[in-house]
Design a protein around this ligand. Structure first.
Ligand SMILES: Cc1cc2nc3c(=O)[nH]c(=O)nc-3n(C[C@H](O)[C@H](O)[C@H](O)COP(=O)(O)OP(=O)(O)OC[C@H]3O[C@@H](n4cnc5c(N)ncnc54)[C@H](O)[C@@H]3O)c2cc1C
Length: 375
């Protein structure tokens, strides 16, 4: 029995490792679009962008561990089509296996309009390296996007001592994700450090001179001058290569509760949208990539494990770490500690605790997680 994993990153590598740990000795191939050996993405907007970590430090495993895995890594050759259990690649390879695991993650959204020099997105190591190179002294940076990635990038650019403005349509940073109270606190953190926030107004487009970006135009007519623009408007599941595969692809690869998209075809990580009771769920976070891959490996080996995680993500902005377990709602109460320092908050839905947020309080947050039930 052979396994082909498409996507050589967090979910893909974990699937291969979990199979080996469980005693699977048959061939495993890991196909990746990028030339890099598997690396981790969370440091890209933090330690790597700041210059504290180099490329080697972002690697998920040292070479010795990759060799010991005894899997064939085919890197720098994106999949272009899936036909049954056969994957076709850009270079013309055809790879067939008894089980195919789709772990291709996301592709960042861009602003419409012509390509302009100085405009960046941040998803890959190459994206991060290009952005880091552009952050030279005196540049004026505008981050477009008020979600978690935009907020992290603005914080890092500010820590580098550069002038940075963050623009987005929400009234508060990460408001849709964490609510107005936490969004307001994050805003205070950013403003105190020197980030200029232009919230509550959508971005209309970019302006350029001679093929280089010169500014960001807001819907109210204001123009934010910029030498470097980072577009952090979210990302879409990387499923273009699955067109014509016969799989159901709707905002991700639609799977059953066992993360199975078709007979012998599974999906894991950011790209997977699986059935959790009466709804379909897709999560974009690092912990899910690992946990879902572990579940997929178990199910390939016939264990029939339904995937029922308690969602979790963290974000680091300036010296604050936010940790979020479960599902934030609009109803937030402080459960422990004090706002402005370290605290734990509960999110409720119909009186039941559905989410726990920790603000610089890792130990306490873990303790409160017990209030949550699985998806
Ligand atoms: C800058 C950044 C910071 C983040 N910070 C945090 C954080 O602080 N906390 C947190 O919880 N989460 C964070 N995340 C999210 C986390 O990194 C992702 O949830 C996680 O990487 C998902 O893993 P994955 O393996 O599903 O997808 P990915 O890591 O995106 O990997 C998918 C892989 O598939 C490859 N691929 C794509 N298309 C093809 C194809 N056609 N053929 C072959 N290979 C293909 C890609 O090149 C990529 O290597 C961050 C993400 C980014 C980008």
């Amino acid at each position: 029995m052979s396994v082909l994993v498409v996507g050589a990153s967090a979910a893909g590598l974990t699937t291969a490792e979990a199979l080996r740990r469980k005693g699977f000795r048959d061939p495993i191939t890991v196909l990746g679009a990028e030339y890099h050996r598997p690396y981790d993405r969370p440091p890209l907007s933090k330690q790597f962008l700041l210059g504290d970590w180099d490329e080697t430090r972002t690697r998920l495993r040292p070479d010795t561990m990759l060799t010991a895995l005894d899997a064939e890594f085919v890197l720098g050759d994106p999949a272009v089509a899936l036909d049954g259990h056969t994957v076709h690649t850009t270079s013309g390879r055809s790879l067939t296996a008894d089980h195919v695991v789709i772990a291709t993650g996301l592709t960042p959204r861009r602003l419409p309009g012509p390509d302009l020099e100085g405009v960046h997105v941040l998803r890959t190591l190459d994206d991060a390296a290009a952005l880091r190179r552009s952050l030279t002294p005196e540049v004026q940076v505008v981050v477009v996007g008020d979600g978690v990635l935009g907020a992290e990038i603005a914080a890092t650019v500010c820590k580098l001592g550069l002038s940075v403005t963050l623009a987005g349509p929400q009234a508060a940073l990460m408001e849709a994700q964490l609510g107005a109270v936490v969004g307001g606190l994050l805003g205070e953190l950013h403003t105190a450090a020197g980030v200029e926030l232009r919230l509550g107004v959508a971005v209309d487009g970019l302006t350029g001179v001679g093929g280089r970006v010169s500014g960001v135009r807001l819907a109210n007519g204001d123009l934010l001058p910029a030498d470097v623009v980072v577009v952090a408007l979210g990302a879409a599941p990387a499923t273009g290569w699955l067109e014509g595969s016969g799989l159901t692809v709707e905002n991700g690869v639609v799977c059953d509760e066992y993360c199975r998209a078709a007979d012998g075809v599974y999906a894991a990580g950011d790209v997977a949208r699986w059935r959790a009771e009466d709804r379909l769920v897709r999560l974009e976070n690092r912990t899910n990539a690992t946990e879902q891959a572990l579940c997929v490996a178990a199910n390939i080996l016939g264990e029939r494990q339904p995937y029922r995680p308690i969602p979790y993500f963290w974000t680091d902005q300036f010296s604050t770490r936010l940790q979020v377990h479960g599902r934030p709602s609009a109803d937030l109460t402080i459960a422990e500690g004090n706002i402005g320092e370290r605290f734990v908050a509960h999110y409720r839905d119909a009186g039941r605790i559905v989410g726990v947020l920790g603000w610089n309080a890792p130990k306490q947050t873990r303790a409160h997680r017990q209030h949550l039930v699985r998806t």
